[in-house]
Design a protein around this ligand. Structure first.
Ligand SMILES: Nc1ncnc2c1ncn2[C@@H]1O[C@H](COP(=O)(O)OP(=O)(O)OP(=O)(O)O)[C@@H](O)[C@H]1O
Ligand SMILES: [Mg+2]
Length: 355
């Protein structure tokens, strides 16, 4: 079993919805007698330009695509959990008196938040979580304050609303990735008691989430992803965006793709990973990672895993978040497993139902 607790009865499944730049990814997971099961899922592609580097440009069109995804998945669940990018969020650890009630903490946060947040509080969504006793400060607890531009949260809630869903929770991407990693713990050599760099290489953004002892200790986003390769294929072979995307997955490109275009791109991916890790090392007390997990659609490119392992010098695996998860009979497992590395965020969001 992955988690050492059973969910309370009231924790009904909710949909995890990752609104990413290439697709709306929707997934429903149930939990019964220690087993997680994917009950329904859908990946609905988005036209280029609708979600640009995590920013929604047309909420109506997006809402209608969400509605289609819900229909295709066949789910009857109405409550959903979605996320904002790490870069849209500011977090701050605040020690506060342990005796305060939730209401008192909230009003104190409202007074103090001004100092930490570079936007007017009227434009910000605030949330807090009590993490536990503060280190070296008796009678204090650590409060994790999370603040996000209200617009980012509201646009997502509006899109879900148009899609016929209710946004129950808006989470942060890296927390979803952290949860999805816990699902594969039995298949990660060394488990979670080590420092793991999860590189989610999406269509437009590469997100690094570093876990130590299973907890997120660092996140970083770089504007780089599969789009660079799609655009190069479009340019070189005069193909449309859709044709280039299809060819990446299914092949059929001229010979120089394998001999020139792809190796050049894979080199760029490795350089991005090295750069991302260097930023992490230079802004933390860490100077190495024990393991790299590759996620996102780009992680599926054959040969990338080996190349990262050789050139970055850390054992590297491709994310397999559904390895211990059952699949409902109505779903084609082959397609789901093929999509799994790109579903880390949606899976982690759905898992939030059981916390
Ligand atoms: N089998 C594959 N081989 C090569 N590339 C692939 C494969 N599967 C998906 N991709 C590429 O992965 C990218 C999509 O990945 P993913 O679904 O993780 O992105 P996203 O979550 O929509 O983007 P972002 O997180 O940047 O908003 C696209 O560029 C797509 O062409
Ligand atoms: Mg993504």
């Amino acid at each position: 079993m992955v988690f050492n607790f059973l969910p309370k009865k009231k924790n009904q499944p909710k949909l995890g919805i990752d609104i990413s730049s290439s697709a709306v990814k929707l997934l429903e997971i149930s939990f019964d007698q220690g087993v997680y099961c994917v009950e329904s899922y859908a990946v609905e592609p988005l036209p280029p330009g609708l979600v640009v580097e995590k920013t929604i440009t047309d909420v109506e069109i997006l809402g209608n695509i969400i509605r289609q995804a819900v229909k295709k998945s066949g789910t009857s669940v109405k409550e959903a959990i979605t996320s904002v990018a790490n870069s849209a969020v500011i977090t701050k650890l605040l020690p506060m008196d342990a005796v305060l009630t939730d209401e008192e903490i909230e009003s104190q946060i409202r007074v103090e938040a001004d100092q930490y947040i570079p936007y007017p509080l009227s434009e910000v969504s605030l949330d807090f979580e009590i993490l536990g006793p503060a280190e070296d400060l008796p009678d204090k607890v650590d409060i994790l304050l999370t603040a996000c531009r209200a617009e980012a949260v509201e646009l997502r809630a509006d899109a879900l609303d148009i899609g016929g869903l209710i946004a129950k929770i808006v989470d942060v991407e890296s927390y979803a990735i952290e949860r999805a990693c816990r699902l594969m713990v039995d298949h990660i050599p060394g488990g979670l008691h080590q420092t793991i760099a999860v590189m989610d290489i999406g269509a437009s953004i590469t997100t690094l989430t570093v876990l130590n002892e299973g907890k997120t200790v660092y996140t970083r986003e770089q504007i780089f992803g599969g789009r660079q390769l799609t655009e190069e294929i479009q340019r070189r072979y005069r193909l449309s965006f859709e044709e280039a995307g299809f060819a990446k997955k299914r092949g059929g490109l001229p010979e120089d793709y394998e001999s020139e275009v792809l190796p050049h791109y894979l080199d760029a991916v490795v350089q991005q990973i090295i750069r991302c890790l260097q930023f992490f090392f230079s802004s933390s007390q860490y100077n190495h990672v024990d393991r790299i997990i590759l996620a996102g659609g780009t992680a599926s490119i054959a040969g990338l895993r080996q190349m990262v392992e050789d050139k970055v010098g850390a054992p590297t695996t491709v994310a397999d978040p559904l390895v211990d998860v059952a699949v409902s009979p109505g779903i084609s497992p082959a397609k789901l497993y093929e999509d799994a590395p790109a579903l880390m965020v949606a899976i982690g969001l759905a898992l939030r139902s059981f916390e």
